[in-house]
Design a protein. Sequence first.
Length: 382
Amino acid sequence: MQDFIFRISPNIVLGSYTVSRLGIQALEWGSRYMVIMDPILNEVKMQEKIISALNDRKLDHFVFSEITEGTATKTIQRALALAKESHVHGIIAVGGAKALNIGRCVAALYNEVHDFYTFVDGALPTTAAIPCICVPTTFRTPFVFTNEIPVTDSRNHQLKLMKVQSNLTKLVVIDPNLMLTLTDNQKSSLSMEVMSMGIEAYLSQKANFFSDMFVEKGLELLSYALDGSPSLDITTPEEILLAQAGAMVSIATSSSSLGLCSLLGLTINSRYKIDKSLVSSILLAYSVEDAAKFKAARLEKLAHIMRIVPEDTTGEAAIQMCVDYIRQKIAKFNLPARLKDLSLSIEQLSLAVEDVRPVDIVNNLPRSMTTDDIFDFVKNAY
């Protein structure tokens, strides 16, 4: 077993209307902020809530929302240059994964003088980061709790996993009310992605008692959100259950590791801008079938925790019911069932598979897999 090292960072605030106190929380680290915000928040009238919380505390700030290209390195470069010119004290990142990842990159490299691409290519920052506050508007944030940031290299559209300072993110504010604007399709695919992340962390070679604890509770809460509570004692609203489940599973993946579904979701998104939650949803059932050959006991335990199978169902029958449950959910949510439904050719997917090999996550998979093994897995799901 690997040594277990636990650091309490960042601080996490989770609850309804917690974003209303963002201004007073941000004052702890400075009075001038760059707010990196997903542009969709302006369209759904959420941006004004964030800005109001900062104005109430008279925080000096400006908004950067030119992130339509996702976490492309050229977008990060623009944001970083603007932050330096404005002499900000910190970064507030609000939105989905792309806003949070860009915000964390800017905070990590703000004091660096070397060329930006030296860090994209693997160099470690040598200066202190400026404070970064993350306000997610989706209920999964797997990298916020780590010292890694996935970015898309604009030079070749490949995924790069940048290494940054371990104490980069100072605060994560999770307000379920910010997630009410998600469409039913987004909520469904994100729910399946959270399930995929939890299973990956549970089966990873890096899994430990701490990550197991968070996965088990997180997936139990997710099951309440998806299928209802087993008793009338639990009356927590669905959006809060999803936020709690996503937070717990995200913490688990930071202590353990993501897996193949998430990794392929990231590489496919980098190359073709396909939503990675859709990719994870498609691959999940195939991943469970593959893992059943060598992680059957752990899969069976999760199936019982999520109430997918009756208490007296065990072994292969339990795992098959788990696979069927996943496919039934995908059908019910009207999500794509195969990779070909994403309008991608097998030749395009082969490039995304080749991008997997240099990413460290591949070393934490439940079993050793060559590029050929991964391509066979993708063909099976195609």
